[in-house]
Design a protein around this ligand. Structure first.
Ligand code: PLP
Length: 395
């Protein structure tokens, strides 16, 4: 298809500095990657614990590949659920301290399917303004009355909940860790508010699982609110180093999702090899707590360095996601290019992923990085920003 409107839309994206490019990246050990023939320190992935390339995950996946082949051949409800799937569900439930768990093809599908299964048009959903796209889309798909709130203005959430007391059910939907600012949702306050207004609380631990909490179960564990949270959703694609989404909860909740969450019912099950690798990863999250301590220490070190040089790192940021807000999308993408020239792969993030005027460098830290990597990145950001300031003075 080659219609003028397609080119017009692409041109409009280019003109606004919003056109996306794809690159081919080869992951390397030690938090590195190979891109266009060069080796870069990779600060753009979500492999927080350095598990995606771990030999023990690879060995587990290889064995399951030999036993079960590559594809799962069917949806979990028909014929795609193997011994490995059952074992992973059980392992996730035990890890999360929950009765049961349900797997989804991705975290995106888990959010979409779970919200749409639990909320309907008789209900009201309250969605944080900075929630991940998959949560927002799930709220929309549910057909429930959607209201957006901000986690720095919870009094407004509370008055919106009061006005929704005629709805059949009320759901508050939040990221545990916000993926663009690296801050943690006020989960204790949200639990209190949910209780006061007879609402359920759905928490997406995509960036919390494996990173936060004494046992690595996420931000809800860290905040001491695992029980009051009604529905806990996680992904296997970030700290777990694999692929797939999951919900952990009561047996009844999981049973309901088995029966009604459409992305889980109508997509082919995960490959058995991925399930086997994810079981190995959860074992390592429990057995090697040094990984989460390390990634949090390195993140603190980077934040301290950047703030010391006057960069705009959001004050609430505590995750291994460290944003440096630059504002303008073109400046941001240029800064990312200059960092690449200096040997660092860092994501430049623009609207619509973040609000207008808040384009940013988004640095993701891994336990595979070293102190030297982090210090060298901070120095490179200083150089690049000094270059920008000099250009402005000349202009
Ligand atoms: C990445 C992400 C997802 C989607 O997870 P996938 O497993 O990659 O589909 C969901 N929620 C948040 C907050 C995320 O950052």
């Amino acid at each position: 298809m080659n219609s003028p409107w397609i080119n017009a839309e692409l041109d409009a994206l280019s003109a606004a500095g919003m056109r996306r490019e794809r690159r081919i990246v080869t992951p390397l050990p030690g938090g590195r990657c190979r891109l266009a023939g060069r080796t870069l320190v990779d600060f753009s992935g979500n492999d927080y614990l350095g598990l995606a390339g771990d030999e023990r995950l690879i060995a587990a996946a290889t064995q399951a590949l030999r036993d079960s082949g590559v594809g799962a051949r069917g949806s979990a409800l028909v014929s795609g659920r193997s011994e490995w799937h059952a074992r992973l569900e059980e392992r996730l439930a035990r890890f999360e301290g929950a009765e049961s768990a349900v797997l989804f093809p991705t975290g995106f599908a888990a959010n979409l399917g779970t919200i749409a299964a639990l909320a309907g048009k008789e209900d009201a959903v309250f969605c944080d303004r900075f929630n991940h796209a998959s949560l927002i889309d799930g709220c929309r798909l549910s057909g429930a009355k959607l209201q957006v709130y901000r986690h720095d203005a919870l009094d407004r959430l509370e008055s919106a909940l009061k006005r929704a007391d005629a709805a059949r059910r009320r759901w508050i939907v939040t990221d545990a860790v916000f993926s663009m600012d690296g801050d943690v949702a006020p989960l204790a306050e949200l639990c209190d508010i949910a209780e006061r207004h007879d609402a359920g609380l759905i928490v997406d631990e995509a960036h919390g699982t494996g990173v936060f909490g004494e046992r690595g179960r996420g931000a809800a564990e860290m905040c001491g609110v695992e029980n009051p949270v009604t529905v806990r959703i996680g992904t296997l694609s970030k700290a777990v180093g694999c692929l797939g989404g999951f919900v952990a909860g009561s047996r009844e909740l999981c049973d309901l999702l088995w029966n009604t969450a459409r992305p889980q019912m109508f997509s082919t099950a995960l490959p058995a090899a991925i399930c086997a690798a994810a079981v190995a990863a959860v074992d390592l999250i429990e057995a090697e707590p040094w990984r989460r301590r390390r990634v949090l220490e390195l993140s603190d070190r980077l934040r301290t360095g950047l703030r010391g040089s006057g960069h705009a790192v959001p004050p609430q940021c505590i995750a291994p996601i460290v944003p440096v807000i630059l504002g303008d999308p073109k400046t941001t993408m240029q800064a990312a290019d200059r960092l690449r020239d200096r040997g660092f792969q860092v994501a430049g993030i623009r609207p619509p992923t973040v609000p207008n005027g808040t384009s940013r460098l988004r640095i993701s830290i891994s336990a595979a990085h070293s102190e030297d990597d982090v210090d060298a990145l901070a120095a490179a950001i200083n150089e690049v920003q000094r270059g920008n300031a000099d250009q402005k003075d000349e202009g």
